[in-house]
Design a protein. Structure first.
Length: 131
């Protein structure tokens, strides 16, 4: 009987891990970039204990001639998750808090844990802000 309980728990755990992770496809683009940062990005659909989440990882490489410092203006990267009809599902932004030298890069992550099934694509924007 103990063996059945263990196998049942294991099957439930594996089912939870893979819930929502199959068949999910999200397209991503950089819609605006006013900075010398080159943005490369990828996403993953991840299972968590509280459900499924979409995590977008953005690598921002300084392709300019000067270091980007923490003195204003600074780059702000915004990730907008959209439905297949173009409606905004969620939006989050990150301002660079560390300097990025010429040829160096930094990585940021944007995660969405609600309304994941409504997301068809994400858009990245990068602009200078006075913060």
């Amino acid at each position: 009987m103990h063996r059945r309980a263990v196998l049942g728990s294991l099957a439930a755990g594996v089912g939870t891990l893979f819930a929502g992770c199959t068949g999910s496809s999200v397209n991503g683009t950089v819609s605006t970039n006013e900075t010398p940062l080159v943005l490369s990005h990828d996403y993953a659909v991840q299972a968590t204990y509280s459900g499924t989440q979409i995590a977008v990882e953005v690598t921002a490489e300084n392709d300019g001639d000067e270091s980007i410092t923490t003195d204003p203006p600074v780059p702000r990267i915004v990730c907008t998750f959209r439905s297949d009809t173009g409606e905004q599902v969620y939006q989050a932004g990150r301002t660079l808090v560390d300097a990025v030298g010429v040829g160096e890069s930094t990585t940021l992550e944007f995660a969405l844990g609600v309304d994941v099934d409504a997301v068809a694509r994400y858009e990245l924007r990068c602009k200078w802000v006075e913060e």
